[in-house]
Design a protein. Structure first.
Length: 208
C-alpha cells in the first residue's frame, strides 16, 4: 500500500445508496463508484473505457449480492492524468491505495481487457488484499493477440478509436484534449507492453 493515499475528498450519495466520489491517490483525483452491500468486488475497466462502458449492464446484476467498487484509472473517464505514462503496475498500485483509503482490507477483483492485466498486477504486487481475481480478456503475453494488433497500435490515431468509447468519455469529461491524452497514453502502454513472466502469473493464481 502507498502511504501517500489520503482520505476521500468528495463523496455524493443518492437515494438508492449509490455513492460516487474522488479520492487523493498517488497524485491522482481518482473517481470511483460504490454500489450495493456484501463482500467487496472491485471492477476495473478496459483500455479507453469508463466504468459504464465496461460494466454498465453488469452493475445492476452484481450489486444485488455484492458491494461493488468501480474505479476509473489514470486519464480515463473522470480521473485526471498525472505527468507520467501509464503502466499496469502503477494502475495496480493506485487501486490498492484507493482500497486503503476506503478502508477495504480484502476484495475480489473483476478486470476486463486492460483491467484484467491490472488485476493480475494487483495479485502480483498486493496479494494481501486479494481473495479472488476474475479475468475477462486479460493480456499477459504479446502472443496472446494477433500480430496485426501490434501493427494497429503503431499506427493508432484518435479518429480510429471506437466511436462508443469516444462518446462515453465525452459524456463524463467533455474535453477533447483529455480524450487525446487518454488515447495516446493507452496506445503507448500497449506498444511497450512486455510479457508478464510465467512465475509471476503462477504467483497471481495463488494470491493468499
Amino acid at each position: 500500500m502507498n502511504k501517500n493515499s489520503e482520505t476521500t475528498t468528495m463523496t455524493t450519495v443518492d437515494s438508492s445508496g449509490f455513492k460516487s466520489g474522488y479520492a487523493d491517490v498517488n497524485g491522482l483525483k481518482m473517481y470511483h463508484e460504490i454500489y450495493g452491500q456484501g463482500k467487496p468486488l472491485v471492477l476495473i475497466h478496459g483500455g479507453g473505457s469508463t466504468i459504464q462502458t465496461s460494466f454498465g449492464k453488469l452493475i445492476p446484476l452484481l450489486s444485488q449480492s455484492r458491494q461493488l467498487i468501480a474505479v476509473e484509472l489514470q486519464a480515463h473517464g473522470r480521473t485526471n492524468d498525472r505527468n507520467a505514462g501509464l503502466s499496469f503496475e502503477q494502475d495496480a498500485d493506485d487501486v490498492a491505495a484507493l482500497l486503503q483509503t476506503l478502508r477495504i482490507g480484502k476484495a475480489d477483483f473483476l478486470g476486463f481487457s486492460n483491467g484484467g492485466t491490472t488485476a493480475l498486477q494487483i495479485a502480483i504486487r498486493h496479494p494481501e488484499i486479494v481473495d479472488k481475481i476474475i479475468l475477462a480478456s486479460a493480456l499477459a503475453k504479446r502472443n496472446g493477440v494477433p500480430s496485426w494488433f501490434w501493427e494497429l497500435m503503431n499506427q493508432a490515431r484518435l479518429e480510429d478509436m471506437p466511436e462508443p468509447l469516444k462518446v462515453a468519455f465525452q459524456q463524463v469529461t467533455p474535453d477533447l484534449t483529455k480524450l487525446q491524452t487518454m488515447h495516446d497514453r493507452d496506445v503507448q502502454r500497449m506498444i511497450h507492453f512486455k510479457d508478464i513472466p510465467d512465475e509471476q502469473i503462477k504467483q497471481s493464481a495463488h494470491p493468499h
